[in-house]
Design a protein around this ligand. Structure first.
Ligand code: ZN
Length: 198
């Protein structure tokens, strides 16, 4: 019993000393001292705000992997500033580059293909194959959530593929692809940005 009291006394003394030298934050872990917890409240609150800001930044980086539902909306003027005229024509005006002209058509390097407009990851080199059409072709996207597939305009039964995050036109998907999906994602090289695996 005596030993217990002595220990408690020592803890309280140490806690008091820590507060005295301005270490109230460290002392907060000592549940014995409610006063210390009360004093340190403003410190964790400030720390929490700082970590939330950091969290938002890292979430933005992570979302290049998987579309998180937050769409990127820019004016035409902003897209024109950001993209080359050729990219703007394909990505924002649903144009199609001439076959066998895109630099990624024959690319056989290992890595990932991102949206050239917003960097969202779209395809992996693992699913790229030579469709002999003159456009980079893949049998599946990295994640179905990262692309939007919708019927082309009236009178055209093709299925258009867009970046799910920024709505940029990427190409079309056809059902004459190889196993295991039987799909051919026929992409414009200009709509993609390749990042070599490290
Ligand atoms: Zn995009």
């Amino acid at each position: 019993m005596r030993f217990g009291i002595t220990t408690t006394f020592t803890v309280l003394t140490v806690t008091a000393l820590l507060i005295a030298i301005g270490c109230a934050g460290s002392a907060a872990s000592q549940n014995e001292n409610a006063a210390a917890a009360a004093q340190s409240t403003p410190v964790p609150a400030a720390t929490k705000n700082a970590s939330m800001t950091a969290g938002e930044t890292s979430t933005a980086a992570v979302s290049d992997e998987l579309f998180d539902g937050k769409k990127i909306v820019k004016t035409d003027a902003d897209w024109r500033k950001q993209l080359s005229p050729e990219q703007y024509y394909v990505l924002r005006e649903e144009g199609t580059e001439r076959p066998y002209t895109g630099e990624l058509n024959d690319n056989k390097e290992v890595g990932d293909y991102h949206c050239a407009a917003c960097k969202l990851k779209l395809f992996s080199s693992k699913t790229k194959y030579d469709s002999e059409t003159g456009w980079p072709s893949f049998y599946q996207p990295i994640n179905k959530k990262n692309v939007t597939e919708k019927p082309e305009k009236a009178g055209d039964d093709r299925i258009e593929v867009e970046c799910a995050r920024c709505g940029s036109h990427l190409g079309h998907v056809f059902d004459d692809g190889p196993e295991p999906t039987g799909l051919r994602y026929c992409m414009n090289s200009l709509a993609l940005k390749f990042e070599k695996a490290k």
